[in-house]
Ligand binder design. Structure first.
Ligand code: C5P
Ligand code: C5P
Ligand code: ZN
Length: 466
């Protein structure tokens, strides 16, 4: 690890520990997605180990309003995880200036660099390390935790990185270091397998039917098509005891037949790369519960809990009564996948929901796509040759606060979405932030068209300069 970053983490850990032990009740605030939930769980684990009491809240986003609300609470020490670096100015004005102590443990780009004696700020960007691909918010919390507690929480750091889509046929940078360490300690093992959600948690036919990444023509979203597909491939969907079999129950030969048949189906549908993303790394932790041991699956379940407004269930899965948590999470996870599937069907059916320009694919979700799902829908669409043929994607959805939520994703190296989104949302009276490859924000209602014009101008400028 970069020596300056390591020194900074050690110093921050000392300060953090001191503040934790001298504060009566600590206020923790984390992000609602899988990474944020894992980050929150790592922080909660540290505090539990230190014997500190705390109050944890999960938020969709940090902004001026909720920071102001938090500042009115009677706490002396606030810990923000997987968020905060984009809101340092508001943190300074509302919390630090009132004599409160703050720790920001984040991997998002830093908006306004602020140093303050009461602020602990751990973020790889401070040392020029890009947090969008190399480390997650939970990874940052994990690096700090290693200097404070004995428990090794690397499985949460890797789950957060998987949830933030930082795995691209393996990990890089700090994530890679964390993974190597976890493998050498026997905490995590890596295997190759079919990249389908539900490998251990669902019957085969349900896992394939609900599989959007990779999309399987004639199978995804089609129950009878799935049953027929499995029968053609010669896979029994039930075992001798009449129980449904799962993908993890298939033997090597059966698995290979399924993989080959998926590739053939995709090849027949003119996918650019029919092999793409079909086989991927599977990360397995030493958790004795197999539903929690597959970390990619675990990240998806956490996302479902967070985005369905049941973050407490996510916390149970990370550090509480796991069996009880899993029972509730199963239902949440199923309805989350169904909602995603319905949004994707809607995009395919209703052409007016999509605007395509030379470089960009816009999804105008309005009230038809949930604001908490639009980011996930953008990620899925960008990775689906069948849905989106552009390398930049922008999604809009109406929010409960009567504004428009924006989510953007890109595969273009020369585009920094965080900068573009921060700039345009500010000009339109909203706010935004994130990473170069994935950014989001909010703007006032009715401003989609203005946003699109401004976004198009910025993209054109970038390509004209190239
Ligand atoms: O706020 P946070 O960083 O946790 O949000 C991450 C989101 O950005 C994830 O939901 C993921 O979809 C997206 N992302 C991505 N590719 C990356 C990093 C993040 O799609 N390299
Ligand atoms: O919400 P979505 O998944 O699209 O967010 C993509 C990235 O943008 C995340 O890292 C998120 O934390 C960030 N974001 C932000 N400010 C917002 C909305 C999203 O920094 N208002
Ligand atoms: Zn994150």
């Amino acid at each position: 690890m970069n020596a300056d970053l390591e020194n900074h983490i050690i110093k921050s850990a000392d300060k953090f520990k001191e503040l934790c032990t001298k504060t009566k009740i600590i206020r923790c605030i984390t992000h609602l997605d899988a990474d944020g939930l894992c980050a929150g769980a790592i922080v909660a684990n540290i505090l539990r180990n230190l014997g500190s009491d705390f109050h944890l809240s999960i938020v969709k986003q940090l902004n001026n309003e909720n920071i102001e609300d938090f500042s009115k609470e009677k706490y002396d020490f606030y810990i923000f995880s997987d968020l905060g670096s984009g809101q340092l100015e508001a943190i300074k004005n509302n919390l630090l200036s009132k004599g409160k102590y703050v720790a920001v443990l984040d991997h998002h780009e830093i908006k306004a660099k602020i140093e303050h004696e009461n602020l602990i700020h751990v973020n790889p960007h401070i040392f020029g390390i890009d947090g969008s691909n190399n480390i997650s918010g939970s990874g940052v919390c994990y690096l700090l935790s290693r200097h404070i507690i004995k428990d090794d929480l690397s499985h949460l750091a890797i789950t957060g990185a998987l949830g933030d889509m930082q795995e691209k046929d393996g990990f890089s940078g700090l994530n890679e270091e964390i993974l190597k360490n976890a493998i050498s300690k026997g905490k995590i093992k890596v295997e190759k397998g079919l990249n389908v959600f539900g490998r251990v948690s669902r019957p085969i036919h349900k896992a394939l039917e609900y599989c959007t990444e990779p999309e399987i023509p004639g199978v995804t979203g089609d129950e009878s098509g799935t049953i027929q597909f499995l029968s053609e491939v010669g896979i029994d969907i039930k075992n001798k005891n009449n129980d449904f079999r799962r993908l993890c129950d298939l033997n090597g030969d059966e698995m290979q037949r399924v993989i080959n048949a998926i590739i053939i189906k995709r090849a027949g549908s003119n996918y650019e790369k029919p092999h793409k993303d079909i086989v991927s790394n599977i990360y397995i932790s030493d958790d004795e519960n197999e539903n929690l041991a597959d970390l990619r699956e675990f990240a998806t379940v956490l996302n479902a809990c967070g985005r369905s407004e049941y973050p407490a269930v996510a916390m149970m899965l990370c550090m509480g009564d796991k069996e009880k948590g899993l029972k509730i999470a199963k239902g949440l996870s199923n309805s989350y996948r169904k909602k995603i599937m319905e949004s994707i069907k809607l995009l395919k059916r209703n052409k007016e929901k999509v605007i395509k320009t030379e470089k960009t694919f816009y999804i105008v979700g309005k009230d038809d796509i949930d604001e908490k799902l639009i980011g996930t829908i953008c990620s899925i669409s960008l990775n689906s040759d069948n849905l989106c043929d552009k390398k930049i994607i922008v999604g809009f959805a109406n929010t409960s606060a009567n504004t428009i939520k924006i989510s953007t994703r890109t595969k273009e190296q020369n585009i920094n979405l965080k900068r573009i989104i921060s700039d345009i949302t500010a000009k339109l009276g909203g706010e935004g932030g994130g990473h170069s490859v994935a950014a989001g924000g909010e703007i006032p209602k009715g401003k989609e068209e203005e946003f699109i014009n401004m976004f198009e101008n910025q993209i054109k400028e970038i390509y004209n300069d190239c």
